[in-house]
Design a protein around this ligand. Sequence first.
Ligand code: NAD
Length: 313
Amino acid sequence: MKRECILVTGANGQIGSVLTGYLRGIYGDDQVIATDIREPETAAGRFEKLDVTDAASLAQIVSKNKVTQVYHLAAILSARGEQEPMKTWQVNMGTYFNVLEAARERGVEKVFYPSSIAVFGAHISNEPGQWAYLEPATVYGISKAAGENWSDYYFKRYGLDIRSLRYPGIIGHQSMPGGGTTDYAVDIYHKAVKGEAFECFLNPDTTLPMIYISDAMDATIRLMEAAREDITVRTSYNLAGMSFSPAEITASIQKFIPDFTITYNPDFRQKIADSWPSHIDDSIARKDWSWRPSYTLDKMTEEMIRELRKKDL
Ligand code: NAD
């Protein structure tokens, strides 16, 4: 295998802390450099502290290590972003421009850019196709839609091999979410396993697209390892795992923990959820790089409960 040096930004977050392990398993511990603005909670493998708004430090790490691939995960997420719109725009766009320019100028071959279902808006169908009109309702969604277009631009203009997924809400047992609108679907399992009741910030019938972390990792690696000529979407691929509402995830948990209870107290995140589609048409990802999710809601619930029970929550 060709020698790769992979840089992950935002590596201490919900996705990065899992993805970094997957990448180390594929490419070897020494080939993957985890970076984040904050120190990791537990030391595991190569780590460098990096604020990606600092273009010079990023460029230096890329050159010093002859980085060949960047997974740019650092961002401020949807719900947190609404608290500080200007800062969110500056961080999400500023960091991405720094990555794009460092990649273009310093020989990086591939970039992974995570987009989101937040790019869609309220005026589309409930199952938007790949080329649906984008009218995002949050500063986070606006920044992701802009990032998608810049990805396409850098590919067409400079030939930079950027690949991207519109992740649905990601659910996993390994890490906690960082301020998104789908966070409830992770928190609910923690409460259920602790034997506590859960108060949900969304209405019972708010159906949203979600994906189990193992499927999200599989999709990410599959996309990044696909042949260059098979990638027909250079903005960002629609990606679907499963769709469910708070009432449906509750019913799934109750199959394993019958006395689990939920109450509903919607807050500002209900409005964000209302602007998102309930399902996603990912047929182009399925066709281009053979994407298939393997988790259903009940299969995920069973695994989440089993894995969380092993932890000292
Ligand atoms: P997270 O909030 O859990 O982690 C983001 C990480 O970025 C944090 O560790 C944070 O410390 C770091 N960070 C923030 N600003 C930084 C900066 N200036 N420099 C360096 N690091 C910085 O987020 P996540 O859930 O792991 O998401 C990762 C990526 O995937 C994000 O781009 C997010 O938009 C996207 N995404 C996530 C989901 C999801 O459900 N988790 C869904 C769609 C898209």
